[in-house]
Design a binder for this molecule. Structure first.
Ligand code: NAD
Length: 521
């Protein structure tokens, strides 16, 4: 494994930090210091919001939302498309901020910029179509007309994690904006500058200041305040916090969408193109140093090709460039926090102590960055080990052989999570059939993650403990709407006419139902 420390300057220019911080709605006078995972150096003193700030943010967002909705879907779409262009133009500075705050490799940072730009383009182009009123069949066709409308819910709360600090902080909210809502967002405390850099561009694209606001502070206090105020709560983060958020929203009879953790399986069939599968496994396991909700931590490989795959994969992992830094050279960056490092180390040490084999990696690398950890492949992992079922959320993957594809299916489905999976096979039809039986919200055939996640028309989200609701696709926008049916009746009313025989009415009604059944109406 090539592992060097980057020589690039590690800090963001002061001017950038000073420009961005005032965009947060935060008046307490208190600040929270953040440090860069690249070298532990001071990054910013982030102003902290009070509960009064949160109240003020919701009040002004509520006041501004009707005018935003009145603009119409086409004009809102034009502003999202302008945001797309600004994101691409500003990608170098955005990547600097993302890397400085999260410690990820620059290639992973620009992927975030692209994903957010693609989201802006998708909803910019298609939201008007998703929101167009629909005609549906009425109780008596020809006499009853049904129009279905989608109205914005109002102000959407967006609570996001640090791992993909640009796109997780903004992509869901863009769909909410496109549907005519306002947004109050609370990014993770570690990655506020990134969320503000995105906000700056959104405002430049023509989204009014009050329509998207960012508040800051601890999740337990400010995150909870968003759960208590939003008309829909959109949360991305851990399953444990997501459960609390879901309960809080449900108590108010407000819907929540919860994008949570995963323990994602990848299945390599005996007829797979092993070069492609190895390549996909590298991206699928070690993008963002494995701190990716859809990344793979369980690799099931057909016994006939197990040794071949294992040896190629281990060699490829050993050749990965582990180099935290701002420049383009590194393929794998650092973990983002001491807590992440603790969890990853604990999983690897527990597996080692219980006789798993570390095929490659397995070491903390403080010589590269304070929380850097080597991409790690384990073999011989058993049920009693922590990394067997629990999400590691780091660069650690376990290899397991299987004998039949039915067995692979049982193993892949042996998890309370159900977020993402992949199947590798040259027989696309068989692979798709297997994929559809894996209990995960997205399954990629012959690709790790990007085929589904990068296809903005594809709904994305978790089954089981991985969450509720879907982002992306029409589903990702319609969740932020209130659905209304307007029924218009022509001619006769639908009940028994006053004074008519009830028996006669039941007879007529029975005849009508039989006719409609026969005509398949
Ligand atoms: P986390 O749950 O600790 O924090 C996520 C966000 O919630 C942060 O902004 C935090 O401040 C806030 N928060 C904390 N406590 C809160 C509370 N009581 N009420 C409201 N908000 C609160 O998660 P994390 O450790 O930052 O993120 C990592 C987890 O996120 C992993 O499990 C990962 O799989 C998951 N994740 C899922 C997806 C997805 O799309 N499914 C995407 C990215 C990350």
């Amino acid at each position: 494994m090539t592992a060097t420390r980057s020589d690039a300057a590690l800090l963001l220019p002061d001017a950038t930090v000073r420009r961005l911080l005032p965009l947060a709605r935060a008046t307490s006078g208190e600040t929270d210091a953040t440090a860069s995972p690249l070298d532990g150096s001071h990054l910013a003193d982030v102003p902290q919001s009070t509960l009064d700030d949160v109240d003020a943010a919701f009040a002004s967002a509520r006041a501004a939302q009707p005018a935003w909705a009145e603009l119409g879907a086409s004009e809102r779409g034009r502003r999202l498309l302008a945001f797309h262009d600004l994101l691409l133009a500003a990608q170098a500075e955005l990547a600097d901020v993302i890397v400085a705050e999260s410690g990820k490799a620059r290639k992973d940072a620009v992927e975030e910029v692209f994903h957010l730009a693609m989201t802006a383009r998708y909803y910019g182009q298609y939201a008007a179509g998703f929101l167009r009123p629909q005609r549906r069949r009425g109780v008596f066709p020809g006499l009853t007309r049904i129009d279905v409308h989608h109205h914005p819910k109002g102000v959407v709360s967006v609570i996001s994690p640090w791992n993909y600090p640009l796109t997780m902080a903004m992509a869901d909210g863009l769909a909410a904006l496109a549907a005519g809502n306002a947004v109050v967002a609370k990014p993770d405390a570690q990655t506020v500058l990134t969320a503000l850099a995105g906000l700056e561009l959104l405002r430049r694209a023509g989204v009014p200041d009050d329509v998207w606001q960012v508040v800051t502070g601890p999740g337990g206090e400010i995150g909870t305040a968003l759960v208590e105020r939003g008309d829909h709560v959109c949360f991305t983060g851990s399953t444990a916090t997501g459960r609390k958020v879901g309960v809080g929203a449900a108590e108010r009879l407000v819907a929540s969408s919860l994008e949570l953790g995963g323990k994602n399986p990848m299945v390599v069939c005996a007829d797979a193109d092993l070069d492609a599968a190895v390549d996909g496994a590298l991206r699928g396991c070690f993008s963002n140093a494995g701190q990716l909700c859809v990344s793979f931590e369980r690799l099931y490989v057909a016994r006939a090709v197990y040794v071949d795959f294992r040896d190629r994969f281990v060699a490829a992992v050993a050749a990965l460039e582990l180099r935290p830094g701002l420049d383009w050279t590194g393929e794998v960056g650092t973990l983002t926090s001491a807590a992440q490092l603790d969890k990853v180390q604990a999983h690897v040490e527990d597996a080692r102590a219980k006789a798993a084999t570390v095929l490659v990696g397995g070491r903390h690398r403080p010589d590269l960055a304070p929380w850097s950890f080597e991409p790690t492949v384990l073999e011989g992992v058993s049920e009693d080990m922590e990394c067997f079922r629990d999400e590691t959320f780091g660069p650690v993957v376990s290899l397991y052989p299987f004998d039949t594809e039915e067995e692979a299916l049982v193993l892949a489905n042996d998890s309370t999570y159900g977020l993402n999976a992949a199947v590798w096979s040259r027989d696309h039809a068989r692979a798709r059939a297997l994929a559809s039986r894996i209990r995960c919200g997205t399954v990629n055939v012959n690709e790790a993650i990007a085929a589904s996640f990068g296809s903005l028309s594809a709904p994305m989200g978790g089954m089981g403990q991985s969450g509720l609701g879907r982002r992306q696709g029409p589903e990702g926008l319609l969740r932020f709407t209130q659905v209304q049916a307007v029924a218009t009746q022509r001619g006769m009313g639908l009940g028994a006419p006053t004074g008519a025989s009830r028996e006669k009415f039941a007879e007529v009604m029975t005849g009508a139902l039989k006719v409609m059944r026969a005509l398949r109406l």
